[in-house]
Write a protein that binds this ligand. Structure first.
Ligand code: 9GP
Length: 835
């Protein structure tokens, strides 16, 4: 490549290459330069916000140098790339992560101190990049960190929402949603106005005969929306590899507005098209584990998929390889069914644009290690289906292709099972309902070479329930498991720097951050007195930090010596925050019934909740309301004092998780067995030395296998019993647990205010079949909490459990996940720098 540039020019470029700052002096220079030039300010009006901006720009510049080299290397080596298609990337803050990953946090700290700033205050200025709802989006963010840290040539593709997940405010105990406009100042993205893709919607399809006499489909008319690329550098930890996350933003084709209309005085409609186009990437749908079937959502999906595939194909075509080699160069991972249209779009490109025959095109599309599909849920309300009429209207050519894919698929199934008519109805991509629906999960399975679940139980469940027929058709090998993981860089090193340092001091280096299995050496230290003392001190300091945050945000004083019991995650009936708050009420009633002398012997507890409810999820909002209502009674009850505090922390997000996770003693992962595909916050809490109380669900099961039954508190019915219990609730008699009945009575007496608001929550258990088994699990939940209290009283042993659990968490690094995907699904190799 270099040879194409004449020698003298090459020399001039090399001579003037930008150098990355290496010392705190050089860093300070960069900060001051950005304050003075990029921000047009000076030492006299550089507040913390400006210092944050300049610091980020200094680090952004640094990342971009590595980003450029990484991209050049990947292009030059022309090896297979992974494309991770996710409608959500819940990145959180970037600055702290960038400083740690490039190993320059201390340098920045010293430099900022020289300039008069505390690094924590500067980090705290950053707005979270919250382009996701919960676990699914955060998993994508952890995967990007691992892909870069392990030197894999990989790109993420997503949407650049103008509004991420809403900001949650709690007003009078109720959730209120406020838009999260986060793009005021975002130094972490590069607009690429030269990288655009025209995306077509609507219109019609006609058959024409081309010059070769072949009948081909032409999709014409409709409207074009332009996708503009914004690139976000993703730095790996302790490596120069800096990968790319490409986010698409929508804009109207043909300029800002229609001049003709403008000149004729019709200003409003002159900008209407622009506004309509921009709507596509305007807002993230705020539902977690729920699909609502809105037209705009389908538009978002196709817009993002079409732009991403165009980009991927454009890059592939530069290599001048034959189409057959496409699966050898490109692995596309579908994060849930949201990007499933990519399968149809690739088939369309190959047959309609590139002129390949259907069979050859389909062979390429379904080629080994081409598309992989990750399923993240078995909840029926979260499985995507689109009305055929809507797909026809929006994407007429795609619907034809879907029908053809389905026809060929069903023909082959019919051949395989000639005597079974029912299987055809069950597996068809088209559901013969009123209206007819396209089943996206079926399409994803038919078009992918591998389908994976995200924890062992979940991967088994999909094979025996929702996708059972497909196991018969394709054989078990198409289905696999990759248990989720988390990045230890953010969730240990960044969130809990003191613990990370303590571990590094004992293991001799920070290598464990890239090979988490090394944590197992900590087990040798569980009897080391000094080590245990330091371990406990760090936990306590993290609790003090959280207590301070609680005081600042809620005004409530909590005792850091109390047992901190945390449940932070999206609010959902299946995750059972209602079980937790009913348990808290039970504890409150028990304390109230005691004499003061008895109370004195009780262990103080702080029950901490946090999480957003989807704006349209009424029941979830009532749960938030009940938690707050209980808090305002309990926290002000003089009989109770410090023995019990109940808090709901507003606007739970990634940066708050970084404060909360290191501060838990116990955290709650208590979904009805068989409903939580994996869960990943369970891993974050344990990695930070907290123990968990949980059901035999999702990754809790594997966490138990790793850390040992003595170091986790399990309770409740098993997944295999759930169906029978539900059946018994509906068709047999359903008696409510007596302790839970007392809790209900108390709520209905009005102890926590509005009886009316909470009646539906009670009725769901008492009168509507208790679908989530709250009553069935209540007794064992309460009993298990008693065991938690007992265990916590023995602080010495508790610390041993905590250390042992952390030592055995190596398996849950997202690095391990990425190696499993790379090996078993993508067939890609890392591409480290050779120098
Ligand atoms: O509900 C699952 C959660 O259990 C899992 O940890 C996460 C990442 O795999 O995905 C969630 N699923 C969804 O958000 C929607 O399918």
């Amino acid at each position: 490549v270099e040879a194409s540039i004449p020698e003298p020019q090459r020399e001039a470029w090399k001579r003037n290459q930008t150098a990355a700052f290496k010392s705190s002096d050089e860093f300070e220079k960069e900060v001051v330069r950005h304050v003075e030039t990029s921000l047009a300010r000076s030492m006299f009006n550089c507040d913390e916000k400006a210092a944050y901006s300049a610091t980020s720009l200094a680090f952004r510049d640094r990342l971009i140098l590595d980003w450029n080299k990484t991209q050049q290397r990947q292009t030059y080596r022309d090896s297979k790339r992974v494309y991770y298609l996710s409608l959500e990337f819940l990145m959180g803050r970037a600055l702290d992560n960038a400083m740690l990953n490039v190993g320059m946090k201390d340098t920045a700290k010293a430099g900022l101190a020289d300039l008069g700033f505390r690094i924590e205050d500067i980090i705290g200025q950053e707005h979270d990049a919250a382009l996701g709802n919960g676990g699914l989006g955060r998993l994508a963010a952890c995967f990007l960190d691992s892909l870069a840290s392990l030197d894999f040539p990989a790109w993420g593709y997503g949407l650049r929402y103008r509004y991420g997940i809403f900001k949650q405010e709690i007003i009078d105990g109720y959730q209120v949603e406020v838009p999260d406009y986060w793009l005021d100042f975002n130094p972490w993205e590069f607009p690429r106005h030269d990288v655009t893709v025209d995306v077509q919607f609507f219109g019609s399809v006609k058959k024409v005969t081309n010059e070769e006499g072949k009948s081909v489909a032409v999709w014409e008319g409709g409207e074009i929306v332009v996708a503009v690329a914004y690139d976000v550098p993703i730095p790996g930890y302790d490596t120069p590899t800096t990968n790319n996350l490409r986010l698409w933003s929508s804009k109207a084709s043909g300029g800002e507005f229609d001049f003709q209309k403008f000149n004729s005085g019709d200003y409003e409609s002159s900008v209407a098209e622009q506004q309509r186009a921009e709507t596509i990437s305007n807002v993230l749908y705020p539902n977690d584990n729920l699909e609502r079937g809105k037209e705009l959502r389908l538009k978002q999906q196709y817009f993002w998929v079409a732009a991403s595939l165009y980009d991927i194909v454009r890059r592939f075509k530069k290599s001048k390889r034959a189409w057959r080699e496409f699966p050898e160069q490109v692995a596309i991972q579908l994060n849930d069914t949201h990007p499933t249209l990519a399968i149809v779009e690739l088939q369309r490109i190959l047959i309609d644009v590139e002129g390949l025959e259907w069979d050859l095109a389909w062979e390429i599309v379904t080629g080994t290690s081409q598309f992989g599909y990750t399923n993240h849920t078995v909840l029926p309300e979260a499985l995507e289906k689109w009305p055929v009429g809507l797909v026809q209207h929006l994407l007429p050519r795609h619907l034809q292709i879907i029908y053809d894919i389905n026809l060929f698929f069903l023909q082959s199934v019919e051949k395989q099972f000639p005597d079974d008519r029912d299987i055809l109805t069950r597996v068809s991509i088209i559901e013969e309902s009123q209206p007819k629906m396209v089943r996206m999960a079926h399409l994803a399975i038919v078009g992918s070479h591998k389908v994976n679940g995200v924890a062992e139980l979940h991967s088994d469940l999909i094979k025996t329930t929702i996708f059972k027929d497909f196991v018969e058709i394709y054989g078990p090998d198409r289905f696999t498991n990759v248990t989720n993981g988390i990045t230890p860089r953010r969730w240990l090193h960044q969130a809990n720097p003191r613990l990370s340092e303590l571990i590094a001091s004992k293991l001799g280096s920070h290598e464990f951050l890239k090979d988490l299995s090394q944590l197992n050496k900590l087990e040798l230290l569980v009897q080391d007195k000094e080590f245990k003392k330091e371990w406990a001190e760090i936990k306590f300091a993290n609790k003090v930090r959280l207590a301070k945050y609680i005081k600042e945000t809620t005004g409530v004083n909590v005792n850091p010596s109390a047992l901190f019991d945390v449940q932070v995650k999206r609010i959902h009936e299946y995750k059972r925050q209602q079980l937790n708050i009913f348990g808290v009420i039970h504890r409150y009633l028990t304390l109230k019934a005691m004499t003061p002398a008895e109370r004195k012997k009780q262990l103080p507890r702080v029950s901490i909740f946090g999480g957003k409810a989807a704006p349209g999820y009424w029941m979830a909002k009532q749960i938030i309301h009940l938690i707050n209502a209980v808090g305002s009674v309990v926290n002000n009850d003089e009989d109770i004092g410090d023995l019990l505090k109940v808090l709901f922390l507003e606007d739970y997000n990634v940066s708050k998780a970084e404060i909360i996770c290191p501060a838990s003693d116990i955290s709650e992962h208590i979904s009805t067995a068989g409903t939580e595909a994996s869960g990943t916050s369970n891993m974050k809490f344990v990695l930070n030395g907290g123990l968990i109380i949980g059901t035999c669900d999702g990754a809790n099961i594997e966490i138990t296998r790793e850390v040992g039954e003595n170091n986790i508190f399990l309770f409740g019915n098993l997944a295999e019993d759930v169906e029978d219990l539900r059946h018994a609730h509906t068709y047999g008699s359903h008696t409510i647990d007596p302790d839970l009945a007392k809790v209900f009575e108390e709520i209905q007496k009005g102890t926590f205010g509005s009886v009316h608001d909470f009646s539906a929550m009670i009725a769901a258990v008492k009168d509507h079949g208790d679908y989530y088994l709250v009553s069935d699990d209540f007794h064992s939940y309460i009993e298990t909490h008693k065991l938690v209290d007992e265990a916590y009283r023995d602080q010495e042993q508790w610390v041993v459990k905590s250390i042992t659990a952390v030592a055995r968490m190596g398996f849950f690094s997202s690095d391990r996940c990425i190696y499993e995907y790379a090996d078993g699904i993508w067939n890609v190799e890392p591409l480290p720098r050779r120098d």
